[in-house]
Design a protein around this ligand. Sequence first.
Ligand code: SAM
Length: 240
Amino acid sequence: MNTPMRTLAAQAQSLFDLTLTPEQAAAFDTYAALLVEWNSRMNLTAITDAEGIQVRHFLDSLSVATALPRAGNLRLIDVGTGAGFPGLPLKIVFPDIQLTLLEATGKKLNFLREVCEALNLRGVEFLHARAEEAGQMRDRRAAYDVAVARAVARLPALLEYLLPLVKVGGYALAMKGRTAQAEAEDSSHALKELGGQLVAIDEIQLPALDEPHYLVRVEKIAHTPNPYPRKPGMPSNAPL
Ligand code: SAM
């Protein structure tokens, strides 16, 4: 017989020392229900079973909490957020975060707007753009304490998406799988060009997953030169 799944609140507490209020736990239930409902009409995720959503979407997103600076009113941008991961779970648990959800596909932003409305989340901006465009926008460039992304691009290209958006002294956080170390090794030129410094590659422990997860932490230590990010497509077609 299968052992019953522990609740999200219990797992968030034991894995990441995060205490969810009953309201926050209920918000995750609503989010999961909306994800499944919308996914029957548009392609948001391949993971639709309750345990998969809890572990691979919600807990995986919350693992980023371990690397967030402890300041209140943190300005955070989630680049290529898709169905909201990791940005929205972090916003549910840390309501003071000023969150920007950046996504190139407009339809996905409709879903995110509905979730934020249903959960009554305030302080969320929806940015329909490519990361390469956002990094050149006057009000976005070097405007964030943290830029985070999961499953968007290999690290050399991803750093060109993330670092221009981050203030000097802020962080780019990349959620990666088994190729984390190799991607980091391929990123030394990108780091130098873009003003980043690798801080750590943390292994993330999640229950019942057979593949390793890592969080690559990069600090922005110098201004990113103006030509970066280059035109849409360039960072991934001709990575630094
Ligand atoms: N981060 C989400 C997750 O982990 O569930 C979504 C991952 S999905 C595989 C990649 C998402 O990044 C897609 O929604 C895609 O539209 C978006 N994306 C890819 N390249 C992008 C870019 N250059 N600028 C903005 N969004 C991008």
